[in-house]
Design a protein around this ligand. Sequence first.
Ligand code: ADP
Ligand code: NI
Length: 191
Amino acid sequence: MDVIQATRKFVETIHANDQTGHDVAHIERVVRLVKRLMENEPVDRTGLLLAAYLHDVEDHKLGRPKGLVKQHLASLDITEERASFVEALIDEVSFSKGMTPTTRESEILQDADRLDAIGAIGIARTFQFAGSRGTPLDVSEDSAIQHFQDKLLKLASMMHTKEAKRLAHSRHVFMERFYNQFHEEWDGMDT
Ligand code: ADP
Ligand code: NI
């Protein structure tokens, strides 16, 4: 089995039963976006794809133990350099850590993961995440709609690649429209 296939199988078991917006479908969408963004880019395609598949395996919010990624990478027939590179890519993708990508591969992975957090899919994932945490559907400080201000509406301006900027723009406009309409309906002020 090739390294990509083996990794896909591995993450299928890791993300099975996830209801927090980090299901296998999120991973597959990020992989599709990465493939799209890396066209015509001189990058380590295998390393980038491995990182895309593995990027949420050790997400701290999900409470999984450290070391799963390292262990999986060690089981693959790849060089130590590539394994370390994949780990570095995963480290830089996180929004909360606020790290600036140091390689083109890292920029592409961050763009892809952030694209999946905005637009129609981003809206859907936000409310799924909120539901999984028992977050109330209101307009309080900790609400899902507040998360749009805190994070989602900032992401479009943080893209690195030209193609991601283009896609992010239309996803952003859609999300902004949803956000405004939500508040108008909330206030009973929609027209
Ligand atoms: P990823 O690691 O894939 O970038 P996150 O772990 O940040 O995504 O979050 C997964 C999904 O849940 C995203 O769509 C994100 O916007 C949403 N989410 C994260 N934190 C919150 C929150 N506090 N309230 C509502 N949605 C959230
Ligand atoms: Ni992700």
